[in-house]
Design a protein. Structure first.
Lengths: 359, 253
């Protein structure tokens, strides 16, 4: 039989291949560790390799659960924000609020976070909902990149950590510029909708859908809220697994990668920026508090590097990038990560060269 | 692995969501959630846990009817969980936090984590109400309080000879001498992923005999040490007591 379905793309096949084996081997490993741990507490003494294994696993699980417990409420909040959009905001509203021209549209998208404070865990489901409500892909890209920084909570925490100085304004300004220009670049594509995954669930619903349900049996308010809640269950599972894979990767890196070694190579105007962008990706910390973490780096790193950490981290970290894959085609995700990376690095290196040691 | 039918997939979804909710709720109730996140997020986790349980029971009630039959077209926009996504490993992955929480040894970060995370001796930390810390009697200040005081002061020597009484884990940093060790604490801003180890240098003749990761209570007058051009606090230990790990091993920024 001839199949007309396109074969699944690389990350999909890769995830499925790995994914099929994960439950068995993962559970086996966990049971093994639990057994060693039980044996250790009974016997009192354990061989060195077992001690090392228990240390590694407990450090790993502490970081993993830390990220998950911290991120799960924000992911849930993101699906709630997406539910609110679903129930309370119509396509007409959005069409009225967001300008049609590419540049003003991208600007409006970048400022959306001011009204819907979502951080990087919640922004993906939120953006997908906007797409389904007919928001164009370039505008959605701007929302995706800017909302985790340009929202009241993050602005307040950055202000608390750094005060109204160059880092604070630099973070806001650079984020805005990068999000707007990336959105604008996406708008140059002939058919931006084709950048979405076919099964992304992000396509605008057919217009006749609303007509069908409209006249006779328009769902009541309670029915719509219930419906939105049910959808958030699906959304939690869809986005949650990417969040969890991301948290696993981040925890693995934090357990086995030496941060002091990484930081020790991070001197000079260019290296410091590269190291700090890498740190942002590895740490995968929530944008609501990353300013306080960045503060710890101010003594030993250039101002541009700290700025890069604060601008790039919320746009791209392991868990959010994996969630992008649920909505966009893989090559597009590469662009979504690559463009902000290039722009962040270029601009912060320039900052370093222009204002040497003025921080 | 074939895609499951919609009904059993939904059943598992609801059960896993409920398990996650109960897991988080249990952690909040017995306070062990503080081994993972900063206390200021606990209320948020509590509401999220309750929300998960509510969603779980809603999902359980709303399962499509007959088994072995794929769902009839669901309501508008409610069918984006494609058949390809309805696989066992996706469910397992979302259940993983509960599995890890139950099976992996639950130990807070200690000296063993320092090889990958490093110990901060001279870095800046978030500003806070130093005036409030000064109000606290010197013997009740934590490692973090002392480091803040010294970081903020124009001339930290005003704190010298004040009596310190702090608890931390032993860490032998390569930068230190033979009669010194660090009394370390991990501080958390948000969650364990951002844990940063801070420490005060302790002067103690028998420092080498204390093993890494041993929790100790250190008492003695505070001194100033200059490292990398920065003044940081150290303790000239008069008394060192071996203590069990505190219930709250982390300090919160």
């Amino acid at each position: 039989m001839i199949s007309f379905r396109k074969p699944p793309s690389f990350p999909t096949t890769f995830f499925r291949q790995v994914g099929r084996r994960l439950p068995f081997w993962g559970t086996l490993l966990l049971v093994l560790v639990a057994a060693i741990n039980a044996a250790a507490s009974v016997l009192g003494v354990i061989p060195a390799w077992a001690g090392w294994l228990l240390d590694a696993v407990s450090n790993f699980s502490a970081v993993f659960l830390g990220i998950f417990i911290e991120a799960a409420p924000f992911l849930l909040l993101g699906t709630i924000a997406s539910g609110i959009v679903e129930v309370f905001i119509s396509r007409e509203d959005l069409a009225r609020w967001i300008p049609r021209q590419p540049l003003p549209g991208a600007l409006a998208g970048s400022l959306m976070g001011l009204f819907f404070p979502v951080c990087e865990c919640g922004v993906v489901p939120f953006t997908r909902r906007l797409l389904r409500k007919g928001v164009t892909v370039p505008v959605a890209v701007s929302v995706l990149l800017a909302a985790p920084v340009l929202n009241p909570i993050v602005i307040a925490s950055t202000l608390a950590a750094f005060g109204p100085g160059p880092i604070f304004w630099g973070r806001i300004g650079l984020t805005l510029v990068i999000a707007v220009s990336t959105g604008w670049i996406f708008s140059r594509h002939g058919a931006p909708q084709s950048l979405l995954r076919e099964d992304s669930g992000a396509f605008p619903l057919e217009p006749d859908f609303s007509v069908k349900t409209d006249a006779a049996q328009k769902p009541t308010f309670v029915e719509r809220v219930r419906q939105a809640m049910l959808e958030s269950v699906d959304e939690f599972f869809e986005m949650g697994r990417f969040l969890i894979i991301g948290a696993l990767l981040a925890a693995l890196m934090q357990t086995f990668l030496s941060q002091p070694a990484l930081l020790s190579v991070g001197q000079g105007p260019v290296h410091s920026v590269l190291v700090m962008t890498l740190m942002a990706v590895i740490l995968s910390i929530c944008s609501t508090v990353d300013a306080f973490i960045a503060l710890a780096f101010t003594g030993s790193f250039t101002g541009g590097a700290v700025l890069a950490f604060l601008v790039f981290g919320p746009m791209v970290d392991i868990k959010s990038t994996l969630m992008f894959l649920r909505v966009f085609k893989p090559r597009v995700v590469l662009l979504l990560v690559g463009l902000p990376f290039l722009m962040t690095v270029t601009s912060t290196v320039i900052v370093n060269l222009l204002w040497k040691g003025a921080w | 692995m074939n895609p499951m039918n919609t009904r059993s997939y939904r059943t598992f979804q609801a059960l896993i969501l409920a398990a996650l909710g109960i897991f988080l709720l249990a952690k909040v109730m017995d306070g062990r959630v503080l081994l993972y996140i900063n206390q200021r997020f606990v209320l948020l986790v509590f509401f999220a846990a309750v929300g998960m349980i509510i969603l779980a029971q809603l999902a359980l009630r709303e399962r499509p009817g007959a088994a072995n039959m794929d769902a009839p077209p669901e309501h508008a926009g409610h069918s984006h969980a494609e058949a390809g996504d309805r696989q066992g490993w996706v469910l397992w992955l979302v259940a993983l936090p509960v599995l890890i929480g139950l099976l992996a040894p639950e130990r807070p970060l200690g000296a063993s984590a320092l090889s990958s995370r490093g110990m901060n001796i001279t870095s800046r930390i978030a500003p806070s109400e130093v005036a409030q810390i000064i109000e606290v009697p010197s013997t009740q200040r934590s490692v973090l309080d002392w480091i803040r005081l010294f970081g903020d002061a124009e001339d930290p020597s005003i704190y010298e000879e004040q009596e310190a009484d702090v608890t931390g884990f032993v860490y032998h940093d390569a930068r230190l001498g033979e009669n010194q060790f660090m009394a370390g604490r991990f501080t958390i801003t948000c969650c364990v992923a951002d844990a940063v180890a801070l420490g005060m240098i302790v002067e103690w003749p028998a420092a080498a005999s204390l093993p890494d990761n041993q929790w100790v209570r250190v008492r003695g007058p505070v001194q100033t040490v200059v490292i990398e051009g920065k003044s940081i606090p150290s303790i000239l230990a008069r008394e060192i007591e071996i203590v069990p790990q505190p219930e709250l091993p982390y300090l919160f920024q």
